[in-house]
Design a protein around this ligand. Structure first.
Ligand SMILES: [Zn+2]
Length: 330
């Protein structure tokens, strides 16, 4: 079922597990990710990023991501990762993405607030969620996400008080923070500032996002989630898993790409499942709530409360009550 980020991240934040964002620039990646989510009964966030458009244009990717999310028997968020231009975010929302990230983290603080505030209103009018970034997560050499290597990344770490101000002023649903990770594959082991994660989690009310997660140790992930991370972005690990599997499968006897596709899908599935278990999102599909799904199946979409008859109002109350009970765990 297609849901937005709040549907999967608030239960994660309350119950101290993480939900992965896995970017899916082609069908093999998308199939591997969805099969892993269904096999582990895990909620999942699937998407693409603006820098990945050369490998899979946004519109084309949307043709399979959104129907696959709807068809899945677990909650799936279709998310635009690192939207850099306003037009890109608007296009994603128009295409039916249920979540976007508008990354203005290299702008001045004032511009970041102003631009993200404006986009948050637009995203919310679509029933979609929005992630912002404060501080700046840089890139390892050769990263697919970019080439912004920083001499001293700690200068760009997120400040907890500023984070609260940013969330209050912009209305973002989730916040990406800079605490020592970088995009792409690491040359030297990263050092995470766990105290800072805790301090930000204690100060802001929205779920926190860790970018540049591929290559961290299992221990790092567990601790980052324990200290307050609710969403972890993964791309490099599944990207590499797919190509390693194809490489191993390749022989001169191959008939062609059709011999390699199943190997790539299976490798992405295995790697994604591993991450889902590590983040403890496995078995949590039923915990995520999707009021929109119920409202949709009850035929109540697009109706204002004032225009509903008694039976429709009762149905709506029932849906809301169900979600509240789920949230309270009763
Ligand atoms: Zn990122």
């Amino acid at each position: 079922m297609l849901v937005n980020m709040n549907d999967v991240l608030y239960p994660a934040k309350r119950n101290h597990y993480g939900v992965g964002l896995f970017n899916a620039v082609n069908l093999e990646l998308a199939r591997g990710i969805i099969s892993a989510a269904e096999a582990t009964r895990s909620p999942v966030i699937m998407g693409t990023a603006e820098v990945l458009f050369p490998y899979g244009p946004l519109e084309e990717v949307s043709y399979y991501l959104i129907p696959m999310a709807k068809k899945a028997n677990v909650p799936v968020v279709v998310h635009l990762d690192h939207g850099l231009k306003k037009e890109t975010c608007l296009k994603a929302l128009e295409l039916g993405f249920t979540s976007i990230m508008y990354d203005c983290s290299t702008d001045s603080y004032e511009d970041n607030v102003r631009k993200v505030r404006e986009m948050a209103d637009i995203a919310h009018s679509y029933g979609a969620t929005i992630e912002g970034e404060l501080g700046h997560v840089g890139d390892n050499e050769g990263s697919a996400e970019g080439s912004d290597q920083m001499a001293d990344p700690s200068k760009f770490y997120t400040d907890p008080k500023m984070a609260k101000d940013f969330v209050d002023k912009t209305g973002v649903d989730a916040l990406a923070i800079a605490v020592g990770t970088a995009h792409g594959a690491y040359k030297l082991p990263p050092k995470l500032d766990f105290e800072r994660i805790r301090a930000i989690a204690d100060t802001v009310s929205v779920p926190l996002v860790l970018h540049g997660g591929s290559g961290l140790t299992d221990q790092d992930f567990r601790r980052a989630i324990a200290e307050g991370i609710s969403k972890v972005n993964i791309f490099t690990d599944i990207n590499i898993a797919a190509v390693e599997a194809e490489f191993k499968r390749f022989t001169n006897m191959n008939k062609g790409i059709i011999d390699l596709i199943p190997a790539a899908v299976e490798a992405v599935k295995q790697e994604t499942e591993k991450k889902m278990r590590l983040f403890s999102s496995d078995g949590k599909a039923e915990r995520s709530y999707a009021p929109r799904e119920h409202i949709l199946s009850a035929g109540l979409t697009g109706k204002s409360v004032a225009s509903m008859n008694r039976a429709e109002l009762e149905k709506l109350v029932e849906i809301v009550a169900l979600q509240v009970r789920k949230e309270l765990g009763t």
